[in-house]
Design a protein around this ligand. Structure first.
Ligand code: ATP
Ligand code: MG
Length: 632
């Protein structure tokens, strides 16, 4: 806010200052113009004086009586010719000199100052320089510093007789003294200072001017011929002076005219006051406007911003009280509205989330049930297969049993007949077909042994497959696991599928044996199911460079179409008819292999066959080895 103030007031102050300077300059200019006019007026006064004296000179020149009187030293007569010219004229004094330049009579305005002198005691002469000049030229006009701080404007005229003889001289003086200066001061309303050609003060209208050192202005005013200006303070009053050269015959007077700046300064001061008052007023208005703006504009905005920052639509929408009906009121109202809508959306979202969560948990339950039923199905299938497998050997053991019972009955009868005599024995042997019994009995026993062995093999295979006693992680031979699985599947594959195995030497693998067996079972079952009629399965077990045991199971089945390849590991993806497959076999297998830190890859050619490559680290999933060592 303060920056705003500074930025707004600074240009205003600059403009004000600039205008004041310009205004002061204008005042000075006006003063100079006025003084110039006055100087010209003064100049014309002096010119008038000159004309006036010239006219009088002509009269003196034309007065033969005057020349004669002077020439003949008739002072009284000469004097009587001129003395009437002095009273009530501008001329202060008139002096008559004889042809030698000696003063003979003086007439002044003041009758007491007028004097006639005898030639003997006369001691005042025109200077030689003046006389020389007057010999050349009859008229001479000069200015001189007069007595009593005044300037004398002097006009000297040489008088001649009719025969051009020098008769004497008339000198008239107009005195620019205190009275004159006082008059000028009154008439023009100005102070006036008269300087000589060197710029030294001779006379002035104000008594204080006499106090200045005579040479004080010589540097400023000197160099006659051009106008100069200076400022001077007289009794605390500021004055502006113009100095103009004014010609008086052969001399040049420097006339200084000064006007008081008091008035204009006063006006300037008033203007200053006006400007500064205006600035202060504007400043105050600014401050008030900013305070008002802070109250009315900024505070509601901050309140709104605070509310937005703190906004937590937990227990209900955020409501900011609407205190004004300005735009901020509208803004606050729309914020409240927005907050209400956010709250409503949040509630709907929460409801949806609860629904989704419930749906998810339902789905999980369904999945668990499905997995369970899938397990039951595959278990059922497996049990059916195994039952079938067991049924054969047990069936023929069972059917052998009736023969064995029959044979043992017959043998018992033969033995009993033998106790009665040889004839009865032979007769009974014949009757019971003893020779056939003897021949068939070992075959029957061998067949029973075979059936019993096959039954035992199946049971051992089942036990090994489930490895129930080995649910913990343990080093096992994958070769054995695959062989056991094959045994369980032999019923399905028998007579239809030729299995080629190639087991390289691979160290025992640290794993959950039953789980890996389930993987082999799933993949081999799929392979068997993919083969329509007769076909082949190739199993290759080896160790790769990364210390992994790799099992490749390849079949000559129908293969998997390209679009199916991406989906086969998805749960419930199946191409089999209902009851045939659940689509979980490969997804479960994938999970098992990944848990073992391994990988399953599949390659397939439709119509030619499919290859699954299962690889698992020999030392089990990460961390398993250390765990196993600890336990051991
Ligand atoms: N060796 C294979 N040859 C051709 N198709 C295969 C092969 N193995 C798997 N499949 C395809 O992958 C699908 C998914 O197999 P998966 O084992 O996951 O389920 P399923 O065999 O259909 O059912 P389940 O294994 O639960 O009885 C199969 O339906 C089949 O289309
Ligand atoms: Mg399957």
């Amino acid at each position: 806010m303060s920056w705003f103030l500074v930025l707004s007031l600074a240009p205003l102050m600059f403009v004000t200052g600039y205008s004041l300077v310009k205004y002061e300059q204008a005042i000075d200019n006006e003063l100079v113009q006025r003084l110039r006019g006055n100087a010209r007026e003064f100049e014309s006064t002096i010119e008038d004086y000159e004309k006036y004296l010239n006219a009088r000179r002509e009269r003196y020149k034309a007065d033969p009586m005057l020349s004669f009187g002077l020439l003949t030293n008739a002072v009284a007569q000469a004097r009587s010719r001129v003395e009437g010219n002095i009273p009530n004229s501008s001329v202060a004094s008139l002096s008559l000199f004889n042809r030698d330049g000696q003063l003979v009579a003086t007439v002044t305005q003041d009758p007491r100052g007028a004097k006639d002198r005898n030639l003997e005691d006369a001691s005042i002469y025109l200077s030689d320089a003046y006389k020389k000049q007057l010999d050349k030229d009859a008229d001479m006009t000069v200015a001189e510093a007069g007595a009593n701080k005044s300037v004398d404007l002097i006009a000297i005229t040489r008088l001649e007789t009719k025969t051009n003889r020098n008769a004497g001289y008339v000198e008239e003086i107009i005195n620019l003294g205190p009275q004159f200066l006082e008059n000028v001061k009154k008439r023009l309303g100005l102070e006036i200072i008269l300087f000589n050609e060197k710029g030294q003060i001779i006379a002035g209208s104000h008594p204080d001017f006499a106090l200045y050192d005579k040479r004080m202005f010589s540097k400023t005013v000197g160099g006659a011929g051009s106008e100069t200006f200076f400022d001077l303070t007289v009794r605390n009053e500021p004055y502006g002076f113009i100095v103009t050269p004014v010609k008086w015959g052969q001399s040049t007077l420097l006339v200084g005219l000064g006007a008081s700046k008091q008035k204009s300064k006063g006006i300037l001061r008033n203007v200053n006051y006006a400007f500064f008052t205006m600035i202060c007023a504007i400043g105050i208005i600014f401050v008030m406007v900013s305070i008002f703006a802070t109250r009315v504009v900024v505070r509601p905005v901050y309140e709104l911003v605070d509310a937005i920052q703190m906004m937590e639509v937990k227990d209900g929408p955020v409501e900011i009280p609407v205190t004004t009906d300005t735009e901020f009121g509208v803004l606050t109202e729309s914020f409240n509205d927005m907050s209400r809508r956010i709250y409503q959306t949040k509630m709907e979202l929460e409801k949806k989330i609860t629904e989704v969560e419930k749906a998810y948990s339902d789905l999980k339950d369904a999945q668990t049930r499905l997995v369970h039923s899938a397990k039951m199905v595959s278990l059922g299938q497996m049990v059916a297969g195994i039952a079938h497998e067991l049924n054969n050997p047990i069936g023929f053991i069972y059917s052998n049993m009736s023969h064995l019972r029959d044979y043992s009955e017959k043998l018992k009868t033969i033995i009993e007949a033998g106790e009665q005599g040889k004839e009865a024995l032979e007769k009974e042997k014949q009757k019971a077909d003893y020779s056939y019994i003897v021949e068939d009995l070992p075959r029957l026993i061998a067949s029973c042994e075979d059936g019993a062995r096959r039954t035992r093999d199946i049971v051992i295979g089942l036990r090994n497959f489930s490895r129930l006693e080995e649910a913990k992680i343990k080093r096992v031979s994958l070769k054995e696991g695959i062989e056991n699985t094959l045994k369980l599947l032999s019923g399905e594959m028998k007579n239809r599928i030729q299995v080629h195995t190639h087991f390289e030497v691979v160290p025992d693998v640290l794993c959950y044996a039953s789980q890996l067996n389930q993987v082999f079972m799933n993949i081999l079952t799929n392979a068997a199911q993919a083969i329509d009629g007769e076909g082949e399965i190739w199993i290759h077990l080896y160790k790769d460079a990364k210390n992994k045991a790799v099992v490749s199971i390849k079949d000559s089945g129908k293969g998997i179409a390209k679009e199916g390849l991406d989906k086969i590991f998805d749960p419930f993806y199946t191409t089999k008819s209902v009851g045939q497959g659940t689509g979980l076999g490969l997804s479960i297998s994938y999970g098992i292999v990944k848990n073992h830190g391994g990988d399953i890859q599949v390659k397939s050619d439709t119509g030619k066959g499919t290859e699954f490559i299962i690889s698992v680290p020999i030392d089990g999933p990460p961390g398993a080895l250390a765990e196993a060592n600890k336990k051991a």
